[in-house]
Design a binder for this molecule. Structure first.
Ligand code: ATP
Ligand code: MG
Length: 570
């Protein structure tokens, strides 16, 4: 007989209340549904339901890796510091690296990633171009002493990663390995029920990409993205979108009274102009200590990462620094700025001649300020954050904004590790050459959070069938009832015999408690058995994600469920 799980003995301690420490939906729900428990900051135990989800995700990964000919291995987590010294990363990696000593005072690290170990593994064994390419991977715990471990499985200090490394004899071969991994990563996300976008993280000199991050779209994501219907997507900090700037009106320079209108929205409302026709002034002290004013379109923000490229280690001016520089908070403009200030503007404003700007006088703005006549800009820079509506650099159409969770990344390493660690092979021409390497990582445990962020509602998780811990939950409304319980028990056995993954709520709890837990845990199909249905020969099936309900005769139940579940498996 096929097995099924009884809820009465399942270790899934559910919680009625949201745990105070959890901010993110996925963190709250995984705790509340009894799937994970915290051992210490960034260290989580995966309880049975979560472990089943993880094993399904790993199953999809293994299947896809096998499909592209990558081979699974397992290397030690504990890594001799020596290897990291050879690559030069022992010092460079910083405090995120977990370091420890053995009893002989020898240094080790707990692997945060394994380029060194894999390179070391092949360097004296893969000797000839004839043996290449080779891609090896593992699924294993990684350790990173994150500054801010948070959001449950999203950013842990110990987490599960699938990491793969490819070794090639030529750039063409590396490109092939990379493309195969990239394509597999897209399929893995999809098969696990995650809607993800490939975001170019780094573009190579030859054109094309040499690194892509897969971002699961979710409001809770830490990354801000812009994406286009044409398929282009980028981090807002990397995007070089075309910013559509509204031109101001031409005319004589005119000072207008704008009492208390110290923000862009105040000014545009007061003067009846679009925000993009105003100019936002950002006062900062650049990395060399110079007082700087930077102008951006009124409806755009300055991006911190881009700004660091331009200004170095800068900071926004404090009220005191503003006063010292002779600037009036909320009313800064390029006309009549105090002497000695570095004046820069985002390049998107270069083609705009007429500006609406602060008058460097409290409660006043200038209309019709003309570039060249009334003011000049010393430097043009790229600092704005791309946003919704900015134009796609590929096709020119307006882009959408979204937030994302980085679930995986593919990367062409080239000879970075093979050169520093002396990992070479004999090429066709008889010469020793360093391997061309690629590395490919998936945040397996983070994917669980990403699935929950994309599949939940106010009552709980809505697992997609492909990664659900179980496929069907039988909810027996009354365990004591001598009609309902025997039927529930028989239905459970039949469904299990039909090769469905079944859990049955056999607990002596009120129906309300069982329904709430069923919705919280989020098994995709609930088979609800009550007195009335049983008398009529029907089960009530509730689809968790859509809330649809169906009355299904017992005789058809297994097939009815199989018709829906089997095709939806990963
Ligand atoms: P992040 O920018 O989020 O810190 P990363 O770019 O440093 O991640 P990689 O080195 O690319 O991470 O690792 C591969 C994958 O491992 C990431 O795409 C992510 O899904 C996952 N990952 C990285 N750090 C963590 C963590 N602290 N907890 C859980 N998963 C993580
Ligand atoms: Mg990454």
């Amino acid at each position: 007989m096929k097995r099924y799980q009884k809820m009465s003995s399942l270790y899934a301690p559910t919680l009625k209340e949201d745990p105070a420490e959890a901010e993110l939906v996925s963190h709250k729900l995984l705790l509340r549904a009894g799937m994970i428990r915290k051992t210490a900051a960034g260290l989580y135990s995966y309880l049975p339901l979560c472990w089943r989800v993880l094993r399904k995700i790993e199953g999809v990964i293994r299947d896809e890796m096998e499909g592209i000919g990558a081979q699974e291995i397992q290397v030690p987590i504990l890594t001799p510091a020596e290897l990291w010294e050879q690559s030069g990363r022992y010092g460079a990696y910083g405090p995120e690296l977990m370091r420890l000593k053995d009893r002989h005072d020898r240094d080790f690290v707990l692997g945060p990633t394994h380029e060194e170990t894999f390179t070391d593994l092949v360097r004296n064994e893969l000797r000839s171009y004839k043996q290449l390419p080779v891609t090896l991977y593992q699924i294993q715990d990684k350790f990173r002493d994150e500054l801010r471990p948070r959001f449950g499985l999203m950013r842990g200090r110990e987490f599960i990663m699938k990491d793969a490394y490819s070794f090639s004899a030529s750039q063409e071969s590396l490109q092939e390995c990379y493309d195969a991994e990239k394509a597999a990563y897209a399929r893995i996300a999809e098969r696990c029920g995650i809607k993800a976008l490939p975001v170019v993280a780094d573009s190579g000199q030859i054109g094309g990409d040499t690194s892509v991050e897969f971002m699961a779209l979710a409001d809770a994501g830490e990354a801000e993205l812009v994406w286009c219907d044409c398929g282009f997507a980028a981090d807002t900090e990397a995007a070089t979108a075309e910013v559509a700037v509204a031109e101001g009106e031409a005319g004589e320079l005119e000072r207008v009274h704008t009492p208390n209108a110290g923000t862009i929205s105040d000014v545009s409302a007061l003067l009846g102009v679009q925000e993009s026709a105003t100019r936002k002034a950002l006062a900062l002290i650049d990395g060399e200590g110079r007082a700087t004013v930077c102008f951006v379109p009124g409806d755009h923000e300055m991006n911190d990462v881009k700004a660091e490229h331009v200004f170095g280690d800068y900071h926004m001016m404090t009220d005191e620094e503003l006063r010292d520089a002779g600037l009036v908070k909320g009313f800064i403009g390029p006309v009549g700025l105090p002497e000695g200030i570095r004046v820069v503007a985002d390049a998107s404003l270069k083609s705009s001649e007429w500006w609406l700007v602060g008058a460097n006088l409290a409660n006043y703005h200038y209309r019709h300020a003309q570039m060249g006549r009334d003011f000049t800009i010393d430097e043009w820079v790229d600092v704005v954050c791309a946003r919704e509506g900015d134009l796609c650099p590929h096709c020119g159409k307006p882009m959408h904004a979204a937030r994302g969770i980085e679930i995986s990344q593919v990367f062409q390493l080239g000879t970075k590790y093979s050169e520093s660690m002396g990992a070479t092979f004999m090429d066709e021409d008889g010469r020793e050459k360093p391997f061309l390497m690629g590395c490919y990582g998936i945040g397996v445990s983070r994917m669980v959070s990403a699935v929950v962020e994309q599949h939940s509602d106010e009552r709980g998780i809505c697992w997609p069938v492909c990664v659900a811990p179980y496929e069907v939950e039988v909810v027996a409304m009354s365990v004591n009832d001598d009609v309902v319980w025997p039927v529930a028990s028989k239905v459970t056995e039949e469904l299990a015999a039909a090769d469905l993954e079944v859990v049955v709520d056999d607990r002596k709890e009120r129906p309300g408690v069982k329904f709430a837990d069923a919705d919280l845990i989020g098994i995709p199909y609930q088979v609800i058995l009550g007195k009335k249905g049983v008398a009529a020969g029907n089960a009530e099936v509730k689809v968790r994600e859509t809330g649809e309900r169906f009355d299904v005769p017992f005789a058809e139940l297994s097939q009815w469920l199989r018709d829906r579940i089997v095709p939806a498996r990963a």
